[in-house]
Design a protein around this ligand. Structure first.
Ligand code: NAP
Ligand code: ZN
Length: 366
């Protein structure tokens, strides 16, 4: 993902077209209407008319250049929770045809040859192409995300959408869904296990739905007392306010697994001490500041702390199929794209239940 490769072009040169989009011109600029280039579909490509795109907190981190390891290239068009309808497919495409619903998440390409790709874990490929802010080998510059009316993506990275699900609520599954499903599957969240979810935001509320559907006993830790009832409605068995030390201590040493989805600085040691023997806490919140971890908290009970990044393409399809079978979608507030800047401010105040989903019809008619 180094910027040095920005000028490399694909040997398969082709034309391009302009798509409507919203982009930010700098870390302090609001998102505003623009036109972005998209490549004409090649033989392996699927062209999608975007219907909904979720707003992930990562979009906000990236737009405001909050990650020192992944500096933002401007203009930046974010969006990696994409669902839409196929408009055109290349000659080698077999899984999709025009008119089908299709979805795209955080990844649009990878090298396909490294050990990670060969194992089917494209999300760990050192040469993966993210949906936005990655070098674009086809057109030069960087990739542009889903706050747009159209996108062209290699078939391998396009997902099938179960037909029974509401599309506005499907969009967030492509990041918030897979990012919470994957670590819970990896760490064996199931019936008989006790699972905690820290932070009831976009990721957190999906984690609650999945942990419940997988059969675990689910406890939510929130800083927002007004979300406690919702946590239970979403599938939690208990919900507690994390600032209440007495309530926290009642759970000391009892959890098999905790997912930490908090988007800003907080004390992770308060959760580590809640894990039982061989318990694991997985961090998915993408903070740019280090956590101060008390080693003794990990030593006792052989606890572990790990991270997790989205999920593979195969696992994303598995997650979507699981959602189809269990009738799971995100709880969304559908907004027109003209409200995106207001939505970012509300996201920062934890004022969304529980994911914004942009109705892209609002962009098309603009
Ligand atoms: P979000 O909707 O804003 O949710 C974050 C939640 O964290 C808030 O709703 C709030 O929950 C809690 N929170 C916020 N500030 C807090 C603080 N200072 N102390 C304690 N709790 C706080 O964000 P999201 O879209 O779910 O994303 C969460 C994080 O995951 C972001 O950093 C995002 O970049 C990252 N992410 C990572 C991956 C990955 O692959 N690892 C993928 C997607 C996103 P309560 O009100 O319940 O306390
Ligand atoms: Zn995301």
């Amino acid at each position: 993902m180094s910027t040095s490769s920005i000028t490399q072009f694909s040997s398969e040169s082709r034309g391009q077209y302009n798509a409507k989009a919203y982009s930010a011109a700098s870390a302090t600029s609001p998102l505003a209407p623009t036109m972005i280039p998209r490549r004409d579909p090649g033989k392996d490509d699927v062209q999608i008319d975007i219907l909904f795109c979720g707003i992930c907190h990562s979009d906000l981190h990236q737009v405001r250049n909050e990650w020192s390891v992944m500096p933002t290239v401007y203009p930046c068009t974010p969006g990696h929770e994409i669902v839409g309808r196929v408009t055109q497919v290349g000659s080698a495409v077999t899984k999709f045809k025009p008119g089908d619903f299709a979805a795209v998440g955080c990844l649009v390409d990878s090298d396909g040859t490294c050990p990670e790709c060969q194992t089917g874990l494209e999300q760990f490929c050192s040469n993966m192409t993210l949906t936005y802010n990655s070098p674009d080998v086809h057109l030069g510059g960087v990739t542009y995300g889903g706050y747009s009316d159209s996108i062209v993506v290699k078939e391998h990275f396009v997902l099938r959408v179960p037909s029974n699900l509401n599309l506005a609520g499907v969009a967030p599954l492509l990041c918030a869904g897979i990012t919470t499903y994957s670590p819970m599957r990896h760490w064996g969240v199931m019936k008989g296990k006790k699972a905690g979810v820290v932070g009831l935001g976009g990721l957190g509320h999906m984690a609650v739905k999945f942990a419940h559907a997988l059969g675990a006993y689910v406890v939510v830790f929130t800083t927002s007392p007004n979300k406690k009832d919702d946590a239970i409605r979403l599938g939690a068995d208990e919900a507690l306010v994390s600032r209440d030390a007495d309530q926290m201590n009642k759970h000391a040493g009892t959890f098999d697994f905790i997912l930490d989805s908090v988007s800003s600085e907080h004390d992770i040691n308060a959760y580590i001490q809640l894990l039982g023997r061989d318990g694991n806490i997985t961090v998915v919140g993408a903070l740019d500041k280090p956590h101060a971890v008390l080693a003794l908290g990990l030593l006792f009970k052989r606890r572990s702390l790990s991270g997790s990044l989205i999920g593979s393409i195969a696992e994303t399809q598995e997650m979507l199929n699981f959602c189809g079978e269990h009738n799971i979608t995100a709880d969304v507030e559908v907004i027109p794209i003209q409200k995106v800047n207001e939505a970012y401010e509300r996201l920062l105040k934890s004022d969304v239940k529980y994911r914004f989903s942009i109705d892209m019809a609002s962009l098309k008619s603009q």
